[in-house]
Design a protein. Structure first.
Ligand SMILES: [Zn+2]
Length: 117
């Protein structure tokens, strides 16, 4: 996975988790810096999320950073899924919720690309 791809996938996760967090009126949403690293590069972005959602997006981005595949397969079709089952269920819920809420074709396509939903 190259830098641009990681950045765009991380941005998609940010968009979906922020939409979920905001849409469900989670308490104590804070703006925080978030850094993702992969091999020799890193990028920092800002996320506005509650504690629980920031932990979930952190988990998702960590899986992304550690994905061993050059061409990342869709997570649902991966032969060696790296998500724990409970986290996968939670993440899938966020993706479905925000996919509907955002209703953006572009966002849906992006989620489809990452997760195969
Ligand atoms: Zn939240």
């Amino acid at each position: 996975m190259d830098k641009n791809k990681l950045q765009s996938e991380a941005a998609t996760l940010k968009l979906f988790f922020e939409s979920y967090c905001e849409g469900n009126s989670h308490a104590k949403r804070l703006v925080r810096d978030f850094t993702c690293r992969h091999r020799d590069f890193e990028c920092t972005m800002q996320v506005e999320l509650c504690d629980e959602c920031v932990a979930m997006v952190g988990y998702a981005i960590e899986r992304l950073e550690k994905c061993p595949y050059e061409e990342k397969p869709k997570c649902r079709k991966c032969k060696e899924p790296c998500y724990e089952k409970s986290m996968w269920k939670k993440t899938a819920k966020v993706m479905r919720y925000s996919g509907m809420r955002l209703g953006l074709l572009k966002a849906k396509r992006a989620a489809l690309k990452i997760f195969g939903m």
